[in-house]
Design a protein around this ligand. Structure first.
Ligand code: SAM
Length: 296
């Protein structure tokens, strides 16, 4: 039988590989392997790969998604933290010369250098992954804040986190994660996924989300760092009004009056709650607060 005859993302092939290598899952590393080819196809199709594209995979596991990426993308680089998986990946991915496995913690890897090394000459790069759920947010923020030349990010994550990323102002899911993700990209829910498509099964529901990475942010801000700081401050205590949250963070720095003035300049009602503010409003607010802080 050739390598492509049986996909890894099937219960029988996954169990065979695990048994053959005596692999024991580590819950602490978020190891839930995908064993369903329909979900797999949804993920890979959403990434819109072709031979001119590169794919960065985070957490290849035993290579189920990696082999599908290798068939569609020009180049695939997969970063895996668990040393025990490296020889297994070497064996199952041996038929794919366009795949490079890197052993490391994606949160510590120098991604700029990795991109230089792995994707020079590639037209565009997608991140495609079934993410370890315990580090979803730090991984996403690292990918976005580093401003890597990404086309899109297609990831399987916890459903509740996917909903927070895609949430619009006004609902209880909308928070600083929604603002940050939507500042850098345009999120879309690709599909929801039951926990029966993994071994072992996670305790939470999952979803695939696609984030088209923006070339320029949807709002102009004078100081990006200040923008994210104002967003964080506005959501610090969700039950409090914008005024109470902002006062707690900034009144001692620029004075209560100047803060009041800044919120009014931004044309925002201080009795509102952070969860009702759009990106445009946060942008106006952070610019006005920035000016107040610079004057003080
Ligand atoms: N891609 C495989 C699949 O879909 O079947 C495995 C996905 S599993 C949900 C997550 C993978 O991420 C595991 O292989 C785990 O060892 C790896 N991982 C966990 N933390 C990581 C980190 N900080 N950096 C890189 N890989 C990590």
């Amino acid at each position: 039988m050739t390598h492509s005859a049986i996909d890894i993302a099937t219960p029988s092939r996954t169990k065979d590989i695990i048994r053959k290598h005596g692999f024991a899952f580590k819950k602490s590393l978020g190891q839930n392997f995908l064993i369903d080819m329909n979900v797999m196809r949804n993920i890979v199709d959403a990434a819109e790969l072709d031979t001119e594209t590169g794919a960065l995979e985070i957490g290849p596991g035993i290579g189920a998604l990696t082999e599908q990426l290798a068939r569609q993308a020009g180049r695939v680089t997969a970063v895996e933290i668990d040393r025990r998986l490296i020889p297994i990946l070497g064996e199952v991915l041996e038929p794919y010369p366009n795949v490079q496995v890197v052993h490391g913690d994606v949160l510590k890897v120098d991604l700029q250098a990795l991109f230089q090394e792995q994707f020079t000459g590639v037209e565009r790069v997608s991140v495609v992954a079934n993410l370890p759920y315990y580090v979803t947010t730090p991984i996403m923020m690292k990918l976005l804040e580093e401003k890597l030349p990404l086309k899109n990010i297609v990831v399987m994550i916890q459903k509740e986190v996917a909903e927070r990323m895609a949430a619009r102002p006004g609902g209880k899911e909308y928070g600083s994660l929604s603002v940050a993700v939507q500042y850098y990209g345009e999120p879309e829910l690709v599909c929801t996924v039951p926990n029966t498509v993994f071994i072992p099964q996670p305790n939470v529901e999952s979803a695939v989300i696609r984030l088209r990475v923006r070339e320029t942010p949807p709002v102009q801000v004078e100081d990006e760092q200040r923008f994210f700081e104002v967003v964080q401050a506005s959501f610090a205590q969700r039950r409090k009004t914008l005024w109470n949250n902002l006062k707690a963070r900034y009144a001692s720095l620029c004075g209560t009056e100047a803060l009041e003035q800044a919120i009014s300049e931004a044309d925002i009602e201080p009795s509102r709650r952070g969860e009702t503010l759009s990106l445009e409003e946060f942008a106006r607010l952070s610019d006005a607060i920035g000016r107040a802080l610079n004057k003080s």
